[in-house]
Design a protein around this ligand. Structure first.
Ligand SMILES: Nc1nc2c(ncn2[C@@H]2O[C@H](COP(=O)(O)OP(=O)(O)O)[C@@H](O)[C@H]2O)c(=O)[nH]1
Ligand SMILES: [Mg+2]
Length: 478
């Protein structure tokens, strides 16, 4: 009775973390996770659909209520070949067993079992009853140690008790699991039932392919953001009469600078929204104390991210050698006309990063009107900071387990966050890669964002790959 696709019933105590495990494995942050125990009485089905095809299905069950009754029946009928099926058949219409029937039904229908236990708690008699009755079903079964509070004193005992009754025992933390750990768990499922091997192989391939595609999408979003932000300009035409006095000129400058800065902030937010969608987050958002919660253009962000002063100087020299800087100035002068130089001298103090103006302000004077233009960004630090921020955002989105959705961050038992290392990703790149990025940024400023794009794409892609395949990088906690 091998099912067409692997189906797995997630079983265990109420509040063991079953729904959280399902949410993380299926990357579905809409799975109902509730602090109140035993609120659900029926099973929920969560098929994983990739490219329109269901590759695996998880069944979130309501959890055991009275496992003794089931175990007693199983023990009294131990010569029956398929106990789960026989039990459901015998009690289908008995209201006294309604809950047990609902619980065992998916197993009776052929599903494999994933038992979720909270490995931070002491093993109780009830746990042993559950373990034994699941063993008696003789179904392919895996046990997951989901440690809810980092208390690992009991983990070895759990491992002992579970390994006697389950084909596979694994640690899997529903709040911390990364892409890599999800794939490892799926791979381990292969060993619990050989018949599933080809289908699970396909499911794992589909997952991996889908993940790769999402990384590509995130890289595209990142490149678009950089191109858009670096070629961005804001212009305003004002009547000459309004800017006769210094106060009038200052007002126009302040307004246009604010508009320019807000434009950059908005682009970042839009890119973040896209990345959030690429990685299927509906609930997760950046905690307010993260560096991502601070203003993009703030001094703190400018200092924490981007390149060091020395690295920046090296990149600047390389970009200059590649004639990026000279062309920048030449085209700016040409397109903005004769007023450009005057304007540059007059403005540029609004909007700073790392002690340097964000962009130049130019004023083109005609007899009746003046055209104020700010942009494109000329600050050499800014593009590296912007890139670091969006990579950081992606890293968090990629590594935020969907089961953590409704986690109460005030929970005293919550998994403690690790120490923050306030450094950027671009700072750790090779000097050659940094120069490559610098060239792309210089081209993007001239509106030629297609130049050097291929190399840049590779660099960003390898950063994101690294972030999702290694241990969670401490920088994602920034
Ligand atoms: N800290 C922490 N809390 C968890 C973890 N898994 C689940 N929880 C919390 O435990 C509670 C019960 O989780 P839930 O998935 O609804 O358990 P279920 O009743 O077995 O489906 C919820 O408040 C979860 O946020 C975990 O890995 N770490
Ligand atoms: Mg639940």
């Amino acid at each position: 009775m091998a099912a067409k696709i692997p189906r797995l019933a997630i079983m265990g105590h109420p509040n063991a973390g079953k729904s959280s495990v399902v949410a993380t494995l299926t990357e579905n942050d809409r799975v109902a996770i509730d602090k109140r125990a035993g609120t659900t009485t029926k099973s929920d089905f969560y098929p994983v659909v990739i490219d329109g095809r269901t590759v695996i299905e998880f069944i979130d069950t309501p959890g055991f209520q009275n496992p003794n009754a089931i175990l007693e029946w199983f023990q009294a009928h131990d010569d029956t070949p398929d106990l789960a099926h026989a039990f459901v058949k015998a009690h289908r219409d008995d209201p006294l067993y309604a809950h047990d029937v609902a619980l065992m039904d998916p197993v009776a229908e052929g599903a494999g079992i994933i038992l979720v236990v909270d490995g931070s708690k002491r093993i109780k008699e009830k746990d042993r009853v559950e373990i034994e009755l699941l063993r008696l079903t003789a179904r392919p079964r895996m046990a997951i140690l989901n440690n809810l509070s980092r208390q690992d004193r009991y983990m070895d005992q759990w491992r002992d008790a579970l390994s006697k009754a389950f084909n596979s025992v694994r640690e899997f933390n529903a709040h911390r699991a990364t892409y890599d750990e999800r794939i490892k768990l799926l791979n381990a499922l292969k060993s619990i039932d050989q018949r599933w091997e080809p289908m699970l192989e396909e499911a794992v391939d589909a997952f991996a392919h889908d993940w790769e595609r999402r990384i590509d999408q995130a890289v595209s979003t990142t490149l678009d953001l950089l191109r858009q932000a670096l070629s961005y300009r804001v212009s305003r035409t004002v009547k000459s009469g309004k800017v006769i006095f210094q106060s009038g000129r200052d007002r126009v400058k302040a307004e246009i600078t604010a508009e320019f800065e807000d434009g950059l902030r908005r682009m970042e937010v839009e890119a973040q929204e896209q990345i959030r969608a690429h990685f299927r987050h509906n609930v997760w958002n950046v905690p307010p104390d993260s560096i991502l919660g601070q203003d993009l253009l703030s001094e703190d962000v400018g200092q924490a991210l981007g390149l060091s002063r020395r690295q920046l100087a090296m990149v600047g020299m390389a970009a200059g050698a590649a004639s990026g800087v000279t062309i920048d100035l030449a085209t700016a002068g040409h397109s903005l006309g004769t007023g450009a130089l005057l304007g540059a001298a007059a403005g540029g103090f609004l909007g700073m990063m790392g002690g340097k103006a964000l962009a130049k302000l130019d004023i083109e004077r005609a007899p009746n009107t003046h055209v104020y233009t700010i942009g494109p960004v000329s600050n050499p630090r800014f593009p590296f900071v912007l890139l670091d921020r969006i990579v950081l955002y992606s890293a968090r989105a990629m590594n935020w387990a969907h089961g953590r959705q409704a986690a109460d961050e005030e929970d005293p038992n919550k998994v403690p966050d690790r120490e923050i290392r306030p450094r950027g990703f671009t700072e750790e790149l090779s000097a050659q890669d940094q120069r490559e990025l610098g060239r792309f940024f210089a081209a993007a400023r001239r509106g030629k964002g297609a130049e050097h794009e291929a190399a840049c794409r590779d660099i960003i892609k390898s950063i994101l790959r690294g972030v999702s395949l290694n241990e969670i990088d401490s920088r994602i906690d920034l």
